[in-house]
Ligand binder design. Sequence first.
Ligand code: FES
Length: 170
Amino acid sequence: MYWTKKHVMVCTAVHCNQKGGMDVAGRLRLAVLRKGLDAEILVNNCGTIDLCDCGPNIVVYPDNVIYNGVTVKDIPEIMTHLEGGPVVERLVLSATSSAELGRKGYYAEALTHDGGLPPEDAGTLAGKHGFDEGWIAEQLRRGFMARKPDAESGEDRIKVTKKAKDRYSL
Ligand code: FES
């Protein structure tokens, strides 16, 4: 690598790797090599980019594009982009992409409940924004929400963390 035209960072930190990040990195590197484009396109592994709930994620510079939920099946389309073709819109994650706006809607509404939400109410609110119980569990695992006992009742409450507030500017 010296003065490449594009730099692709593939997250292979733990959460993305659990969903195949390392395979994506390896196969994408191979695709670039097979096309003889390794002097123009550099593919690196990277640590977390803090979008751990929707990986595997890759970032393409200088295009400033984030692809999320990438699988090895997406590599041909991503290669087309890297070779000068169109961005793969269905994989793009941005602050204004519909999935991200849906998540922001959930968090904005959750924050109107002082002290957090009982787990069943968090599930109901998630459903209102198009998500299910599995989504709540994923967000808890990735640190965007936390389950804590209510100071008065001792019952579980689902609270929005600083990590989510920062991500969604809330
Ligand atoms: S593990 Fe990939 S964004 Fe966090």
